[in-house]
Design a protein around this ligand. Structure first.
Ligand code: ASP
Length: 334
């Protein structure tokens, strides 16, 4: 079990009244139930636990390092993480951990472990059970998942959907991998199979990727500034509906210039909470595709961003990046 921080292990600072992370030994003391689990659990922690709003790509590399170092010695891994950026971390790890054949389950909570009404205990205990679930020698969930409030979701399909409900996460375009009630029920047909290849950890992530949400008041000056920023390698464009955007000349021409003259990769994903890109449905979507924007299909923003960071880190050709981006690598798109 790896502790990174998050509400799960926070307490109220008496001076400010705000929640701040505390150290792992305190957290463990608050879960005596861990002794009752019939699994051997070892724990490691970030030296400085963080609110997950402070997460940076180097923390993902640190997590990947920790998993790589201990990979052969454990049946599975549970990562305790703040809920704010859990979907980003889960998505990033899913790409970084190629040919993963052990469960990596992220969880956290909406209320600290010390709170009488905390949701932390069930989340942690069931996550440990999932991470340790095997059919003989074969792990039941050989992928990166998020377990929260009775549901196991594929990490790279998940978004944080509520800041106030215990049921904080949603996987709008993919059904849950498991549900916890009286029994822990796995939906095996939805879970990835154990991959054939050798476990391989990718640690180079390109950070110069921009997420840009289209809106009716977007201006030429703003878009021009973005595409001309030094060092930009890719733009994840959150478009309307099934992938539609303005077709005014200035808009299309700026994107075309970015693609052709600056070799910027531009990806079309929908800003809708559910659904996918249907490139030819409207003229406003077709124009984007005709200038060479990639089809992000039903990717979440979190998955699109981290997939592009991962692919750019591999230093592939432009053609290879487009082709890898538009096909599923870890079950992140249909
Ligand atoms: N701000 C917290 C964090 O993401 C929220 C949480 O843990 O639920 O670290």
């Amino acid at each position: 079990m790896i502790y990174t921080g998050g509400t799960i292990g926070m307490f109220k600072d008496l001076k400010t009244g705000s929640l701040v992370p505390f150290d792992f030994s305190q957290l463990i003391k608050n879960i005596p139930e861990l002794q009752l689990i019939d699994k051997k659990i070892d724990t490691i922690s970030f030296e400085q636990p963080i609110d997950s709003s402070n997460i940076r790509p180097h923390h993902w590399v640190l997590l990947a390092d920790m998993i790589e170092e201990h990979y052969d010695n454990y049946d599975g891994f549970v990562i305790l993480h703040g809920s704010d950026t859990m979907a980003y971390t889960a998505s990033a790890l899913s790409f970084m951990l190629e040919n993963l054949s052990k469960p990596v389950i992220l969880t956290g909570s909406q209320l600290p472990i010390g709170d009488l009404r905390t949701d932390a205990k069930e989340n942690i205990i069931t996550s440990i059970q999932i991470a340790g679930s095997y059919d003989g020698d074969v792990p039941v969930v050989p992928e990166v998942g998020i377990y929260f409030e009775f549901k196991l979701l594929r990490g790279n399909r998940t978004v944080k959907a509520s800041s106030e409900h215990f049921n904080a996460f949603d996987s709008p375009n993919y059904l849950p991998l498991a549900q916890s009630g009286v029994d822990l029920k796995f939906y095996k047909s939805r879970i990835l199979s154990v991959p054939d290849g050798i476990f391989n950890v990718h640690k180079v992530l390109e950070e110069n990727v921009i997420v840009l949400k289209i809106h009716p008041a977007i201006t030429e000056a703003y878009l021009s500034h973005i595409v001309n920023l030094t060092g930009v390698k890719a733009i994840i464009l959150e478009t309307y509906g099934s992938g539609n955007a303005p077709i005014q000349d200035w808009f299309i021409n700026l994107l075309k210039m970015a693609i052709e003259e600056k070799s910027i990769h531009i990806i079309n994903i929908t800003q809708c909470q559910k659904g996918r890109i249907v490139p030819d449905k409207y003229e406003t979507g077709r124009r984007l595709m005709s200038i060479g924007v990639y089809n992000g299909k039903d990717l979440t923003t979190e998955a699109a961003l981290t997939k592009m960071m991962y692919l750019l880190g591999k230093k592939l050709s432009k053609k290879a990046i487009k082709s890898a981006f538009e096909r599923p690598l870890r079950g992140e798109m249909d």
